[in-house]
Design a binder for this molecule. Structure first.
Ligand SMILES: *Cc1c(COP(=O)(O)O)cnc(C)c1O
Length: 220
C-alpha cells in the first residue's frame, strides 16, 4: 500500500532542489506504477535481479537508482539503463562499470559510497580512498563512467546528535572534493528515519522507502 499522503507531504517538504528517490525494493510493480501515475520518476532498488525484472515491466522513462551493493559481475545487467549507481566503493568496480557503459554506448552516473556510520558492517570508503579514486578516474580514460557525487548511510540510531555529526562529516568530504574540481553535484544522504537531519546538513538527494511504501518484511 502506497501512502500517498506521506508521499505528498515529503515532496512538499523537500521542494524542487532535493531529489526524492522512492525506494521500492521488495514492493510490487503496482505500487511503483501508482506513484508513477502521480508523476514520480525516480525509484531506487537494492537487488540487481529485482531491478532488471521491474525495469522490463514498467515505463521506460523511469529513472532507476541502484542503491544496493553492486557485485562486479552484475554491473553488465544494469549498465544499459540505470540512471545512477549510488554505492560504488572500489576502483575495480568503477572500471567494470566503465567497461559495461562503453558496451552499451552510455555514460553511467555513479556516486562513491563513503563510510560514515560507526557500525563495521556498512560498506564504504574513507575520505582518503574517495580522493584517490577520484584522482585515478580523472587521470584515466574512463569516459563511460561519471563520478557525480557521494552517498552515505548513517548509523542505525535514534541519537540525532550522532546522526547529525555523521552527516556533517560526509558533507565536509563532499565540499572538500567539490572545491578540488568540477562535476560533483549530488550528495545522497538520508532515509525514512533520518532524512530530516540529512537535509538540514546539506543533502540534495534522499532515499525513502518505508515512509512511502510501508514497512518491508525483509529489512535491508
Ligand atoms: C532500503 C534502503 C533505503 C530506504 O530505507 P527506508 O528506511 O525504508 O527509507 C535507503 N537507502 C539504502 C541504501 C537502502 O538500502
Amino acid at each position: 500500500m502506497v501512502d500517498i499522503d506521506n508521499y505528498k507531504a515529503i515532496k512538499k517538504e523537500l521542494g524542487e532542489e532535493i531529489t526524492l528517490v522512492a525506494v521500492s525494493k521488495t514492493k510490487p510493480i503496482e505500487d511503483i506504477q501508482e506513484l508513477y501515475n502521480l508523476g514520480h520518476r525516480d525509484f531506487g532498488e537494492n537487488y540487481v535481479q529485482e531491478l532488471v525484472d521491474k525495469e522490463g515491466q514498467l515505463p521506460k522513462d523511469i529513472r532507476w537508482h541502484f542503491i544496493g551493493h553492486l557485485q562486479r559481475n552484475k554491473a553488465k545487467l544494469i549498465a544499459p539503463f540505470v540512471q545512477l549507481i549510488h554505492g560504488v566503493d572500489s576502483l575495480t568496480l568503477l572500471k567494470e562499470i566503465n567497461k559495461q557503459g562503453e558496451k552499451s554506448g552510455r555514460v553511467v552516473n555513479c556516486l562513491l559510497q563513503v563510510h560514515i556510520a560507526e557500525e563495521e558492517t556498512k560498506f564504504g570508503l574513507d575520505k582518503d580512498e574517495v580522493g584517490l579514486i577520484r584522482k585515478e578516474w580523472e587521470g584515466s580514460e574512463m569516459n563511460n563512467v561519471q563520478i557525480c557525487g557521494l552517498m552515505g548511510m548513517a548509523s542505525f540510531t535514534d541519537d540525532r546528535g550522532k546522526l547529525r555529526a555523521e552527516f556533517q562529516q560526509l558533507k565536509k568530504i563532499f565540499d572538500t572534493l567539490r572545491a578540488s574540481g568540477p562535476g560533483l553535484q549530488t550528495l545522497s544522504m538520508g532515509m525514512s528515519s533520518d532524512y530530516t537531519v540529512a537535509v538540514e546538513e546539506g543533502s540534495n538527494m534522499v532515499r525513502i522507502g518505508s515512509l512511502i511504501f510501508g514497512e518491508r518484511k525483509r529489512n535491508e
